[in-house]
Each structure stands twice: as structure tokens, then as C-alpha cells.
Design a binder for this molecule. Sequence first.
Ligand SMILES: [Zn+2]
Length: 220
Amino acid sequence: MHRPGHRRDLATLDAELSARRDDPRLVAVGEIGLDYFVEGLDGEKQERFFHTQLQLARKHGLPILIHVRRSVDKVLKHLRQTAGGKPWQGIAHAFNGSEQQAHACIDIGLRLGFGGAVTFERALQLRRLATTLPIDAIVMETDAPDIQPHWLYRTQAQRDAGQAQGRNEPGELPRIAEVVAGLRGIGIDELAAATTRNALQTLPRLQSLMALSERAPHPA
Ligand SMILES: [Zn+2]
């Protein structure tokens, strides 16, 4: 039994969220969530942590950044149980579910994050979502250094032949966004304006953090 350890870790999170209330870098609780893709993870333990993390986000009045991997229905269940009658504010990052699941997430208050995966032509369902979801429902993300866009991705065969796996970076985002803008048949500026507005609505404290980093001196 590791329950006392869980309680201690979650109590630490609670205390840190209180202590850093005025830290401009505290924009959300996350990334938190459930992963049933990676083998060998304890599902029950994940749910216990996730549930309490959601309660803490509510308690501290913070948005959530959610990892959802083969777990949409369970994620939604915990979001409903902890909502307390108010809509959630948050992002399901690297979303890759069905259209029905996408709308269930949007209905509960989440926006959906799109990144490198959408650049693969074979990602038909994901590209359809990126094309058809209301523009108010989506944000752009990198998940760097993971989720390489196709131009950085090296297949197993290429890696076996000695090529290093590409490293995704935030600097790839404009090119990824070009793919999404192209799918939607809109200009990159229109997409950037909408997804930036969406991100700031979901993460209001990001605005002051961005203002701070613009004012900060650049490292030598
Ligand atoms: Zn994740």
C-alpha cells in the first residue's frame, strides 16, 4: 500500500499551489491526465491522482492541461465528478480521439490542442478534426521535444540506419500551423490570431506572463 505517499505528494501539490499563488508562471494545473496507451502504468493509481489534482485545480481556481491517451471517457467522468456545477476551463493536449469524443470534451469546457501529429497525411481522423472543429475550440501546441512533425520524424528503419530521431522545438510551430491553416483553407494570420485568442481565454494568466517575457532582457 502506498496510499500515505500519495496523500503526501498531493498535499505537497496543494501547498505549492497556495505558496505560488502570485507567481506569474503558474498559469494552470498540468499536465495531468490518464494514459492507457503506455503499458505497465497503474490505472487505479492514475485515476486517484487525477481526481485529486482536478479537485485542487478547482480549489485554487486554475485551468487544467490534460493528457488524454486512450482515456477520453474516463477523463470526462472525472471532470464531471469534480466540476462542482461550473464549466471547466482547460486544454486537452495532443488530442487524438473521435469526433464524438472531441465534442464531448468541448462541451465540458476544454479546448483541443493540435501539434506535429496533424502534419502526417495518414492521420486522417485528426486532420478531419483540425479541419472541421469550430476555430474557437482549438489551440496550437508543440509538446516539444516530442510529437515531431513529419519533416523531423525518422522511422525505425531510418534510425536503424544511423539517423537520429528529430527533435521537435517550439520554432516548428509556425510550419505546423501552416498545415492546419491549409487544411482549414484560411490564412496563417487568421489561424494564429484565433488560436492565440483561444489560448489566452483558456489560460488568462498567460497574458501577463507573455508581457513579462517581452520586457525581460534577452540573455547574452
Ligand atoms: Zn501529454
